[in-house]
Write a protein that binds this ligand. Structure first.
Ligand SMILES: C[S@@+](CC[C@H](N)C(=O)[O-])C[C@H]1O[C@@H](n2cnc3c(N)ncnc32)[C@H](O)[C@@H]1O
Length: 306
């Protein structure tokens, strides 16, 4: 079962009003949702999730709770999802980006380089291109670009070359096969003790296949319109690309002025939309990391609508 990360910290920052409307953009196993629901007496929690299996589990978990509404969808469509539910603005919204333990530990979902299954990696496995199509069909330069851009992997060129050389002999099907080809591509002296050499490439393929950064950016672009004054937003990221995006957007919302620095006063007229609640990102305690090693790279940032 997925263990919710930075649970107490997230809840504190959201400052839940018992009758408010909240949006969980990444339902997952419902751990964070459960915490928020425990604070709601009359309010609503809209739980968005794009993975069909997770949606079924969330519906089952919260079926007796009148305050919970599970919606299958992509948070990039936050505006139309809320509109469809008759919600103009919410009192708070949060997202816990990335994959869940349920997705990682299901071999048939093809997310893991440790469990053998067909290379898939789609959160919504009913639509879009799967990772097996990407590794078998993309050009070497396209693969290299994805591995570099979304994996920040220094051996991106070698890995792309090895993938293409191998698939020319025999197309890829399974995760362990792909992981071992990537491992061979990374020079042995750069193998780390605590990280499989395929970690970053698998991350890159997953981010690409699910359009994760594009979805996060669409959500961040919309939050000003979706949240009431005084309402809070919070985001938990697991890699630097996502955290950078959150940081940049929250900074822009806090200081939107686009006047040249030499101007003595602001003439652009852009006013702050959010104030930041976390000067630096909140990270898990040593204790949390010990209890849940998957939390180790989590970063939480939050802001309040003004
Ligand atoms: C880290 S898990 C969330 C775990 C959850 N907070 C909990 O406590 O159980 C991320 C979840 O977000 C979902 N997800 C990722 N991107 C999404 C998107 N663009 N729209 C909707 N759901 C998304 C994934 O399918 C996954 O189940």
């Amino acid at each position: 079962m997925h263990i919710p990360v930075l649970r107490r910290e997230l809840l504190e920052l959201l400052n839940i009003k018992s009758g408010g409307i909240y949006v969980d953009c990444t339902g997952g196993a419902g751990g964070h949702a459960e915490e928020v629901l425990s604070k709601l007496t009359a309010g609503r929690l809209i739980i968005i999730e794009r993975d069909p299996d997770a949606v079924e589990r969330l519906k089952e978990r919260f079926k007796g709770n009148p305050n919970a509404e599970v919606v299958r969808g992509n948070f990039k469509d936050i505006g139309s999802i809320l509109k469809g539910l008759g919600i103009d603005k919410a009192d708070g919204l949060y997202a816990d980006f990335g994959v869940s333990s349920e997705q990682l530990s299901a071999p048939q979902r093809g997310f893991s380089f440790k469990l053998d299954g067909r290379i898939d990696m789609r959160m919504d496995y009913e639509s879009g291109e799967s990772a097996v199509d990407v590794v078998n069909r993309y050009s070497e330069s396209q693969l290299a670009e994805i591995i570099y851009k979304y994996g920040e992997e220094r051996f991106f060129k070698r890995i792309a070359y090895h993938i293409v050389s191998r698939r020319n002999l025999h197309p890829f099907e399974n995760t362990l096969d792909l992981a071992s080809v990537i491992k061979q591509a990374v020079p042995k002296k750069f193998h780390k003790q605590n990280q499989h050499p395929a970690t970053k490439t698998f991350q890159a393929l997953r981010i690409h296949v699910n359009g994760e950064l594009e979805a996060a950016e669409s959500l961040l672009r919309e939050i000003g319109k979706c949240v009431e004054k005084g309402g809070r937003v919070a985001f938990i990221s697991f890699h630097s690309l996502e955290d950078r995006l959150v940081k940049e957007y929250l900074h822009r919302y806090k200081s939107p002025c686009s006047c040249p620095p030499e101007f003595p006063i602001c003439v652009c007229g852009k006013v702050p939309v959010f104030k930041t609640l976390t000067k630096k990102p909140i990270t898990p305690s040593d204790r949390e990391i010990k209890e849940n090693p998957l939390s180790r790279s989590a970063k939480l940032r939050a802001a309040e609508r003004i």
